[in-house]
Design a protein around this ligand. Structure first.
Ligand SMILES: Cc1cc2nc3c(=O)[nH]c(=O)nc-3n(C[C@H](O)[C@H](O)[C@H](O)COP(=O)(O)O)c2cc1C
Length: 202
């Protein structure tokens, strides 16, 4: 059974994106092991050169490293990902690089009708950067609009069509993880390139 880390893309105490990941953990319990990972309690990234990588960052990197894939649920703030998610990704691309070749599934929820579509496009671009270099599942979006009204009192998604869509995409993600496991001819090189990457030499 695949083990996935599910990154809650916000530091807000109340979040429909967190509810979505909690739903996925329960709903897919017979198909995969999903562990929610919070991004709270990280310091603000300030490009430290000499101090050690903060312990919570190392702990997150270790979990991602050990996982078969990562699911990221992003809210949308001002047409972009929340600064707390960007902050976490900056930490996870500086001296630790757990996302290299890691399969990633992006989902998102928003209060309005668009389901965080702009933030998800933004996140794809970020995850493609040379110090993250994640393997993002192509041609897939899971956009949960009107998210304040999307769950019942037990945290279950109310709309059967949205559940069916999530079922399909999650199956696709499991297949994507398997396929990704075979795309490993440049794995060592990718790791080395990312470790040695230097923006000065670009
Ligand atoms: C500063 C701020 C900016 C926001 N910008 C957007 C936006 O650009 N698009 C959008 O759909 N919702 C926006 N929202 C509303 C919700 O925060 C957003 O829909 C979010 O995805 C909800 O996710 P959450 O329940 O996990 O917090 C904004 C909210 C705040 C506080």
């Amino acid at each position: 059974m695949n083990k996935f880390v599910a990154m809650v893309g916000t530091n807000a105490k109340v979040s429909t994106n967190r509810t979505l990941l909690q739903f996925m953990k329960q709903h897919f319990a017979d198909q995969a092991e999903i562990e929610l990972m919070e991004i709270t309690n990280l310091p603000l990234f300030n490009k430290p050169e000499n101090s050690p990588v903060p312990a919570p960052v190392l702990a997150m990197a270790k979990k991602i490293d050990a996982a078969d894939g990562v699911i990221i649920a992003t809210p949308e703030y001002d047409h972009a990902v929340p600064s707390s998610l960007m902050n976490a990704l900056e930490w996870l691309s500086h001296r630790v690089h757990p996302f290299v070749d890691k399969p990633v599934m992006i989902v998102g929820a928003s209060y309005g009708s668009l389901g965080s579509s702009r933030a998800q496009a933004h996140l794809r671009q970020i995850l493609d950067s040379p110090e993250l270099r994640a393997r993002i599942m192509p041609s897939s979006e899971y956009l949960l609009g009107h998210s304040l009204d999307a769950f019942d009192d037990q945290g279950n998604l109310k709309d059967a069509d949205k559940v069916a869509q999530l079922d399909g995409l999650f199956k696709d993600f499991q297949t994507f993880v398997t396929v990704s496991g075979h795309l490993n001819n440049a794995k060592d090189l990718n790791q080395k390139d990312t470790q040695n990457f230097d923006w000065n030499k670009l």
